[in-house]
Design a protein around this ligand. Sequence first.
Ligand code: NAP
Length: 551
Amino acid sequence: MLDYEAIVIGAGVCGIYQIKRLVDLGIKATVLEAAPDLGGTWYNNRYPGCRFDSESYTYGYSFSREVLDEWHWRERFSSQPENLKYLNFVADKFDLRRHMQFNCRVRSAHYDKAGNAWRLRLSDGRTLTARYVILATGLLSVPTLPRIEGLDSFKGQSFHTFHWPHEGVDLAGKRVAVIGTGATAIQLIAEIADKVADLTVFQRRPNWSAPLNNSPISEAEMADIRKRYDEIFAACARTPGAFEHEPDRRGFWEVTREERVALWDKLYDEPGFGIWLANFREIFTDEKANAEFSAYIADRIRRRVKDQAVAEKLIPRDHGFGVQRVPLETRYYEAYNRDNVHLVDIAETPLVSITEKGLRTSAREYEFDIIVYATGFDAITGAYDHIDIQGVGGEKLRDKWKDGPSTFLGLLVAGFPNLLLPSGPQSGSASTNYPRAIEIGVNWCTDLLVYMQDKGYDRVEATKAAEERWTRHVAEMYGMMLMRKAKSWFTGYNSNVPGHEAGRIRYFVYNGGTPKFVATINKVAEKGYEGLEFGASGTPRPDSARVATAA
Ligand code: NAP
């Protein structure tokens, strides 16, 4: 007898909603989480300055009216402690914690064709079996460190931002190094610049960034948001990025330069991703349009940074605005106007090694009390690669995806029956407002289970042909986007992961936007799940596994 009908791996934003859906259907299921508690990204990332850059009220779950009515978002872009509180509030409200097991990392998941079951081996020595495995392992959950000599030799405190100590770090009077200038570093640097004695930022490539323009949300504003929730979520469902920000439908070249600048001046002062997503659509696809807008942002940076030599270093040259994931900032550029903040260009003088006292570049040695690695993640496929997932005939998922993922709709993989990926690579989730996308993915996967129950199936697999079609489609969509040329995690770049260095593009994300993604996956379902093959093994289900009839 199987231990569970479904095992969900990961108790973050996705795993929490997935277990809610399974429990509501009476499916015998559990969540296995490597960390000591739930929350995923918002449990792990505790670095100062960590907060949403999605509007809080578009990031929260939409599935429960009660949650929407009871929760008060305190800030337009809520901070990590508050976000973790929110996820705990949701989990506790629906008593989901009793369906979660913590401190258990899944080492392997092997599909057994004869028994039509998955066998999972855990780090605590246990083996569990389940009909279905649902991967809710996150897109940015495997932090990566530089591949550099002497990493362990530093005698001070050092950690990746993902592992920022939960008990906090005493920064007062400390000489701190931050390596990296991605979205994480940009939040961190601005937050700690005035709290440390001395801060040195080691930048290999600058990122385009624009103001977050955060503000508190009063009781009255929250009451208004509650009234507008349906409207807000409907707007998110209409837009490519699943945000409130709708693209400006005017043609970039059809309006005057003055009109373009008027829009940019307005967006620069507005909250959130408007500057990226409410912009002219051509900035994503047209080199000349993108260059003109990038020059506008470069001028904004020059106006905010006093030392023009530093300003020039903070302006990206190798890519245009918005072709990589745009970090949003709060007085990031002003941090460089402080006497205690220094920028080191490690494209000019590369990092050579970490030493006992600090680090060495090709130019000189630096001494620090604390080194912070804000060096990013083995994004999107990293969490999958870290579990030994074997499908039919012992095929390893990490081998199949060696040169980049291939999936059907980002939700299933040929050769890996009963493995569901509600927020998989090539799904709508990575390139959009994550919780909006995971609700879509979780609902689709759950509806699939209900369909199978109704039809008497217990085995589902994407066909090779369907997978090839989707993967080709995802790749073709990159062809239209300037993003294909960028060295970022959207294209599978990470200099710290062997095989992920620049040069080979991986088709990690679906670029078609939320409305198209939803229309496509709904059509597949309406056509009786075209592209999937079903079977019935007749092997018994776990005792309490009775799927309630779908409402
Ligand atoms: P990231 O965007 O990948 O940035 C990593 C940074 O570290 C880059 O500046 C990179 O330089 C540098 N780096 C990496 N390896 C290095 C090495 N060996 N030597 C020197 N520099 C190195 O990672 P991230 O900042 O953690 O952000 C990842 C994603 O997390 C974001 O894009 C965003 O989606 C998400 N995030 C979201 C929020 C939010 O919602 N508020 C906040 C933070 C992060 P190169 O560019 O030269 O590689």
